[in-house]
Structure formats: C-alpha cells, structure tokens
Design a protein around this ligand. Structure first.
Ligand code: PLP
Length: 406
C-alpha cells in the first residue's frame, strides 16, 4: 500500500515539505558552508494524523506502519527487534528490580546504526538510487555496508584511517568501497558531502539525511512494546546526538499517536573527553573549536552535527545530559560484561556508566532502560585495556593447578 501524508518539517523554522530524494536540509535554514558546524535546518519526519486513528493494542504494532517508506522497499535482513534483557544477577547486585538492557549489539552488523541504514536503504530503493555515500567513525560505515549488501546497493565510505580495525574489515567484507582518510571524522563528513555533490549519490550522513533520525526512533517503539508500562528513565550514549534525537522522536511519536501518556526522562551520556553537546546543553556554548579525545570511538565527535537539534530535543522533553570519564566507561563495560554476559562496546558502556554514576540518586523502584548500542567485539583494542591477558601455561596439569591455586 502506498503511503501518504508523511512530510518533512524543518526543526528550525517549522516549514513543511514533501519527502523527496534531493531534499536533505531545509533550503531556507541550511547554511552555505556546512564545514565543521552543527547543521541548521535539520528536517524531521511528521506522521500523518490518520495514524492516530489506527486501533492498535498498547505495545502491539508493526513499526513499518509508522515509518515513511513502504514495507516492500526494506531489504530482507532482520534489523531491530533487539532483546530487552532483565539481568537478575545485575539487578540483585545493585538493588534495582526494574532495570533493563536494550542490547543493540544483536543487530546484523552489531550496532544501533542498522536502524538508520535500514530506512536509508529502503528510501534509496524507493527512489531508484543505487549508490549511497557516508562518513562515519566506523559503525555507520559497517552498518550501511552490511545493510547495503543485503539490498544490492553500492556503498562508499569515508572514515578516519584510525577507526577500529574490526569495523573497517566489516566494510570490506560487505564489499563497500572504503576511503580511509588522514583526517578525523569531521573531515570525513565534509569530504563525503563534496563527494555526494560531485557524483549525485545519496548521502547518508548522520543528521544530514533525515532518514537517520527517523530510523533511529524505532527502539523507543520496541521498548514500549516490550515493557508495556511507563518507562521512567532511558540512558542513551551521545556523540553526534542522532541516537538521542531518534529515541526522543520515537517517544514523541508514541505520545502523538496516543500509545503512551508520558515521555520517559531521557538522559544522554557523553564522555568528558567528547562533550560538545553537554557543554551546549548546560552552558549554551557551541564550541566550534572543540576537540574530542575519548577512547569510545563511536561517540568521539568534535562538533556534533546534530548539536542544535539534539539540544533542542532534550530541552523540549526536559531530559538531561551528563558526562562520565573514560575510566568510568571502561570499568562500566567490564562490570556489565561480568554481571550480565552482555559485552558492549565502550560508547555503549558510557550509557551504563552514566546510570551507575547516578543510580543512588534515582528511586530504586524506577523502571530504567540502558541503551547499549553496539557489540564489544567491534573494538577489542579498548576492551583489552582493562583486562590482564594471562601468560601462557606449561602443558602440565600440576603446574596449571599450582598457578591457579585451586
Ligand atoms: C553512533 C553510535 C553512538 C552515538 O550516536 P550519535 O548519534 O553519534 O550520538 C553510540 N553508540 C554506538 C555503538 C554508535 O555506533
């Protein structure tokens, strides 16, 4: 069934547009040069009002009904519907009974980015576009490469050459064209836009392509369907702030649709070594010369491209942004691994670290969801910093027992 009534709305001026394959930012609000700046004129998808009349049971819906692209265009690869895990072990240890982990490391390419890639891929298919370009710190790249492979699309990727190797190998396995550059993510972002301009290929850059925020709203629908009750807190890792805006968009939509009454308190977590959005939120300071140095590569962002839009969203729902140290991130990663069996990457562990840091100030009866956005195997280098690799044992059982002191 063809979809009607989905539109774009500029998050700055509120003008409404038809969705088409060339419109990325609001033509009135976007700036001449996008280089190294948060984007103005980010477009948000607005749902048609007739969706409010769909009679669905609380928590029982097909997400495709609430996305702007028809179901038939999505590639056949199972994105989303990730598990919401209640770890008895963890919960008993910290004295929370309603703490849940939404583990997005179980997506096909191992990260939350698949939610955006899935919708971008469907969008490209619908408009007959066969090539997709993007810049990434690693996960968006491996994600678009994988989802693109499922759809038979050609993917061109600009990444810092220092991105974790596993993510780059993923891209190559999936057959994408990898363009590792000497600069950082911010430089890759600008180069990929120039490349799109020259080639006319669809650009999937986060925040720039409106489908990225829209695609990232789906976890909020899933959490709601999985829990079937009010969620008090959601902890979300924040780099560019598109996951954050996506999660908020999801809850805003759910409220608009009448599927929830209240929006959870959403807490964005940044590393204190990558805190562009934190500073902007707390102090109104959008520091264009900011340099990020965190080990959590997926949230390592100098100037958050979705900065204005994310700060607007988090203020609008009365959420909060906090920071954690890299040490807290690594120890939270280990703590979650050891107590739940869920091995997430450092950026995701930031969300866990944010919760562990604030848990004594929240009500213990609260229903809390930690959004753990990526798989730990994607970045072995960082994970190895906090474990001691044992020296090789002699092949002698007696010596082994002796060293183990058992
Ligand atoms: C990209 C990413 C994030 C952060 O998303 P932003 O939209 O940049 O804030 C968090 N975790 C993982 C695993 C990611 O890949």
């Amino acid at each position: 069934m063809p979809k009607t009534g989905f539109k774009y709305k500029c998050k700055d001026c509120g003008k409404v547009y038809e969705i088409n394959n060339t419109l990325m930012l609001c033509p009135y609000c976007k700036e001449e040069s996008l280089e190294g700046k948060p984007l103005k004129g980010v477009l948000e998808v607005v749902l048609p009002s007739y969706l409010r009349n769909l009679k669905v049971e609380f928590g029982n819906f097909d997400i495709h009904d609430y996305l702007p692209i028809e179901k038939e265009y999505f590639p056949s690869i199972p994105v989303g519907n990730t598990p919401l895990i209640k770890s008895e072990n963890l919960n008993n240890k910290i004295g929370y009974q309603e703490l849940y982990i939404k583990f997005d490391g179980t997506n096909p390419t191992g990260s939350y980015k698949d939610r955006a890639s899935y919708l971008v891929s469907a969008f490209a298919k619908k408009f007959g576009l066969e090539e997709i370009v993007l810049a990434s710190t690693g996960n968006a790249a491996s994600s678009m490469a994988g989802i693109g492979a499922a759809a038979g699309q050609k993917i061109f990727i600009f990444v810092p050459s220092t991105a974790p190797r596993a993510k780059l190998i993923q891209c190559l396995q999936y057959g994408a064209t990898l363009i590792p550059i000497k600069g950082n993510y911010d430089k890759a972002f600008d180069l990929s836009l120039q490349f799109s301009e020259i080639t006319g290929y669809l650009n999937r850059n986060t925040a720039y392509n409106p489908m990225t925020i829209e695609g990232k709203k789906t976890s909020s629908f899933e959490m709601t369907a999985q829990l079937k009750k009010h969620i008090d807190y959601v902890f979300v890792p924040v780099g560019d702030g598109v996951v954050l805006s996506g999660v908020i968009k999801g809850f805003n939509d759910l409220k608009y649709l009448g599927l929830i009454r209240r929006i959870p308190k959403i807490i964005g977590v940044q590393s204190d070594k990558s805190k562009f959005i934190y500073e902007a939120f707390k102090n109104g300071n959008f520091d264009l010369s900011y340099k990020a140095t965190t080990i959590a590569d997926s949230i390592s962002v100098d100037v958050a491209r979705n900065g204005y839009s994310a700060v607007y969203d988090i203020r609008n729902i009365n959420g909060d942004i906090i920071t954690v140290t890299d040490e807290e991130i690594l120890s939270a990663q280990r703590y979650i691994s050891m107590n739940t069996g869920i091995f997430c990457e450092p950026s995701s562990a930031a969300a866990a670290a944010g919760f562990l840091k604030t848990k004594d100030y929240l009500q213990r009866e609260s229903t809390v969801v930690l959004l753990l956005s990526g798989h730990g195997l994607k970045d072995i280098e960082s994970a190895s910093k906090i474990v001691d690799f044992p020296e090789t044992y002699e092949t002698d059982i007696n010596q082994i027992m002796k060293r183990l002191k058992i």
